[in-house]
Design a protein around this ligand. Structure first.
Ligand code: WT7
Length: 653
C-alpha cells in the first residue's frame, strides 16, 4: 500500500454539538443514512425545497460523463425562488439585507423591496436588449445592487459573470472577451479603507479595449467624478424609473446561470459554468443544513465578496432561497478600526458568521482584547472557508469569537463544486479543530493514492469526489477538453479536486493544501498545511506559510515565513531565539523530518485578493529567483518587504 502524503500531526481535542442546538437542528444524524440508502431520492427531496414551474422527468442524467444533467426536464425561475415566493408567502416585510456601508451609512432592504428592485432591473436589462442566454458582466462594490444585478440576470435567463471589483482592466477585458458579454453593470466606485475607490475608469478602459460591450449600467455609490460615453446609463435614471412589475418566466433546469472565472496556474482563467436547478438545490440545502439557519430568528453574515463563489452561493442564492435575514458589509475589517467586524456582529446581533481562515488569523495577530470589547453573545454557529484552518486558529475562533459555545463548521468546497461538500453538521458532528470532518449527506468523497486506491484511515493522498453532485460545474466555458483534462483525467471515474488530504484514525478528513504545494523532503511528501499548523500552534505565532526550496542534500528543504503575534518581541536576539524555538517546536510536534531548514520572521505574507497565501512567490524568494507573475497579489509591496528580510536572515544549520 503506498501512501501518497505523510500524516504527521495528530489531534485529540473533540467538541460535541451544544445540546440545545442538537435537539433543534434542521438536519439530524439520520440524513446520512437516508442519503446513503438512495442518493438520488435524497437529492430529489432536497430539490422539493424549491418551487418548480414544471417538475423534472429524471433526477440525474449521467449517461455522458463528465457532462451531468440534474432534474432533467424541470423548469424554474431562480429569482422567483429567492425573492417573489417569500413575498407571496406573506414575508414581504422581512429584512433580506441589513446593509452596512464602510463609512457607516446603512440601508434596510426587505424582501418586498428586493422584489421591486429585481423586477425593475430585469425590465431595464430587457429594454437594453438583453435576452435569455446573453452574458452580462458585473463589476461592483459590496452594495445591495450587486445582488439585485445577479438576481435580475437570473430572472430573465441572462448568464452573469461577476468579476471581483479589485481586478484590473486586463482581467476584466479578458473575461468580457472570453464570455462575449454585451452589457456591464458597475458603479462609480465603492468605499475601501476610508476612501472612495473608483471602479468606472477600469470598466471604461476594458470596454474601450474589447469593443464588444453595448451598454454599461452605472450605480451611483460614491458620487465621485466619472467619465461618460454614449454607452453609459445611470442605474437611478433607468432601473429606479422602470416598472416594478415583471412576470418571471421559468427556465430549464440546465439553463446556464453564471460563469465565474478562477485564475488557475496556466495563465488563462477558467470560466467555471454553473446551471440552474441543481445549483440552487444544493446551495439552498447546504445553507439550511450546515448553518442550521432558522429564517425567522437568525441573522446571518457571510463576510465574503460577491466576486467569489462564496458570495454567489452563500450571500445571494443559498440564503435568499431560504428567506434569510443577512448582513452585507461594504468595506474592510480594519475601517475605521480593527473592531469593525465585532461591532457589526454586536449591532445586528449576528447569530451565524461565515468567514475565512485568513481573517481569523489576522484577528489573532491583532490581539484577543479586540473581540473581547464587544458583545458577541448572539453568535450560535461559526463557519470557515477558503483554506485549511489551522487547529490553533480554530481554537482561537472558538474561544474568542464563539466564546466556547458556538460550534464551528469548517466547510470544504470549490468554485467548481458550487456548494459545500465536506463539512460538519452543527447539530450532529463532534468536531475536531482543523478537520472538515466528513462529506455531507448525498456527497461522495474519498482520499486515494497515486494508484487510485482508497487510502486506509491514517493515510494521506489525493482528495477526489466519487459521485456527481447537483451543483457541480457543468464545464469550462467554451473549452470542454480543458474541463475533461483538468478534473476528470488524472483518475478514471473520479473528479480530481487538486487538494491533498488525509483520513485520521476515525476516518475524518483533513485538508492538506493544494497538491502543487506538497514538499518532497528526503523522499517524504510533506504537506505545507501540517507544518504551517505546527508553527501556528506555537503561542508566539499568528500566521505562517511554508514552501519547499531546492536543497542539495534533501531534494527539497522546508522554508517557513512566519508572522509573530502582535505582542511578541521578535527583534535582534529575541528574534534569533524565537526562530530556534520554532524549529524545535515543529520537530517536536511533527517529527524531525518536518523541521524547517530556515525560518524567516516577516510582517506580511503574499496573498491573493481572496486571501489565499501565494506560496509560488515565496518559493521564488526561497530559491533566490526573480518573482513570477505578481498581478494577482492583494498588496504588491509585500514581496519587497519579504525579499529584503531574506537577505539579512542566515539559513540555519
Ligand atoms: C480551494 C477552492 C470554496 C469557496 C472559496 C474558495 C481551498 C476551500 C477549504 C477548507 C481546506 C479549503 C481548497 C480548494 N479550500 N475551503 N475548508 N479547508 N481548504 O473557492 O477559490 O475555488 O478555492 O480552496 O484548496 O480546492 P476557490
Amino acid at each position: 500500500m503506498s501512501e501518497t502524503l505523510e500524516n504527521l500531526s495528530s489531534e485529540t481535542r473533540r467538541f460535541p454539538p451544544p445540546a440545545d442546538l442538537a435537539a433543534n437542528a434542521n438536519v439530524k444524524a439520520d440524513a446520512y443514512a437516508e442519503a446513503a440508502t438512495d442518493r438520488l431520492a435524497f437529492w430529489a427531496k432536497q430539490a422539493e425545497r424549491l418551487t418548480w414551474a414544471k417538475p423534472w422527468d429524471q433526477i440525474l442524467d449521467w449517461s455522458n460523463p463528465p457532462f451531468a444533467k440534474w432534474f432533467v426536464g424541470g423548469e424554474l425561475n431562480l429569482a422567483y425562488n429567492c425573492v417573489d415566493r417569500h413575498v407571496e408567502a406573506g414575508l414581504g416585510d422581512r429584512v433580506a439585507i441589513h446593509w452596512e456601508g464602510e463609512p457607516g451609512d446603512t440601508r434596510t432592504v426587505t424582501y418586498s423591496d428586493l422584489q421591486k428592485l429585481v423586477s425593475q432591473a430585469a425590465n431595464t436589462l430587457l429594454e437594453l436588449g438583453v435576452t435569455a442566454g446573453d452574458r452580462v458582466m458585473i463589476y461592483m462594490p459590496m452594495i445591495p445592487e450587486a445582488a439585485v444585478a445577479m438576481l435580475a440576470c437570473a430572472r430573465i435567463g441572462a448568464t452573469h459573470s461577476v468579476v471581483f471589483g479589485g481586478f484590473s482592466v486586463d482581467a476584466l477585458a479578458t473575461r468580457i472577451e472570453d464570455a462575449s458579454a454585451k452589457v456591464v453593470i458597475t458603479a462609480d466606485g465603492g468605499y475601501r479603507r476610508g476612501k472612495p475607490s473608483a471602479l468606472k475608469p477600469t470598466v471604461d478602459e476594458a470596454v474601450a479595449r474589447t469593443g464588444r460591450i453595448e451598454h454599461v449600467l452605472v450605480v451611483r455609490r460614491t458620487g465621485q467624478e466619472v467619465a461618460w460615453t454614449d454607452k453609459d446609463q445611470w442605474w437611478h435614471e433607468t432601473v429606479e424609473q422602470a416598472s416594478p412589475e415583471h412576470q418571471p418566466q421559468a427556465f430549464d433546469s440546465e439553463h446556464p446561470l453564471f460563469i465565474l472565472y478562477t485564475s488557475g496556474t496556466t495563465g488563462k482563467p477558467k470560466g467555471i459554468l454553473h446551471t440552474t436547478g441543481g445549483y440552487l438545490t444544493q446551495t439552498s440545502y447546504t445553507h439550511h443544513a450546515v448553518f442550521d439557519l432558522k429564517p425567522e430568528t437568525d441573522v446571518y453574515w457571510c463576510t465574503a465578496d460577491i466576486g467569489w463563489v462564496t458570495g454567489h452561493s452563500y450571500i445571494v442564492y443559498g440564503p435568499l432561497s431560504n428567506g434569510a435575514t443577512q448582513v452585507m458589509y461594504e468595506g474592510t475589517p480594519d475601517t475605521p478600526d480593527r473592531g469593525r467586524f465585532w461591532q457589526i456582529v454586536d449591532k445586528y446581533k449576528v447569530s451565524i458568521l461565515y468567514t475565512a481562515p485568513t481573517l481569523i488569523r489576522t484577528m489573532m495577530k491583532w490581539g484577543d482584547d479586540i473581540p473581547a470589547g464587544y458583545d458577541l453573545s448572539s453568535l450560535r454557529v461559526l463557519g470557515s472557508v477558503g483554506e485549511p484552518i489551522n487547529p490553533e486558529a480554530w481554537m482561537w475562533y472558538r474561544q474568542h469569537v464563539g466564546r466556547e459555545r458556538a460550534p464551528i463548521v469548517d466547510t470544504w468546497w470549490q468554485t467548481e463544486t458550487g456548494s459545500i461538500m465536506i463539512s460538519p453538521l452543527p447539530g450532529v458532528t463532534e468536531t475536531k479543530p482543523g478537520s472538515a470532518m466528513t462529506p455531507l449527506p448525498g456527497i461522495g468523497a474519498d482520499v486515494i493514492d497515486d494508484q487510485a486506491q482508497s487510502v486506509p484511515n491514517g493515510g494521506g493522498g489525493f482528495l477526489v469526489l466519487t459521485e456527481p453532485w447537483p451543483s457541480m460545474l457543468r464545464g469550462i466555458w467554451g473549452d470542454d477538453q480543458r474541463f475533461i483534462d483538468t478534473y476528470w483525467s488524472r483518475f478514471e471515474g473520479f473528479y480530481f479536486a487538486g487538494d491533498g488530504a488525509k483520513k485520521d484514525s476515525d476516518g475524518a478528513l483533513w485538508l492538506l493544501g493544494r497538491v502543487d504545494d506538497v514538499m518532497l523532503v528526503s523522499g517524504h511528501n510533506i504537506s505545507t498545511t501540517e507544518v504551517e499548523s505546527a508553527l501556528v500552534s506555537h503561542p508566539s505565532v499568528a500566521e505562517a506559510a511554508v514552501v519547499g526550496a531546492t536543497d542539495p542534500t534533501t531534494g527539497q528543504a522546508i522554508v517557513a515565513f512566519t508572522i509573530p503575534r502582535g505582542n511578541v518581541d521578535a527583534e535582534g536576539d529575541a528574534g534569533e531565539q524565537l526562530i530556534k524555538d520554532l524549529r524545535d517546536h515543529v520537530a517536536k510536534t511533527l517529527g524531525p523530518i518536518a523541521k524547517p531548514r530556515q525560518i524567516l520572521l516577516v510582517t506580511e505574507l503574499p496573498k491573493t485578493r481572496s486571501g489565499k497565501i501565494m506560496r509560488r512567490l515565496l518559493r521564488d524568494v526561497a530559491e533566490n529567483r526573480s518573482l513570477g507573475d505578481v498581478t494577482t497579489l492583494q498588496d504588491s509591496t509585500v514581496m519587497d518587504l519579504i525579499s529584503s528580510g531574506l537577505k539579512t536572515a542566515k539559513p540555519e544549520d
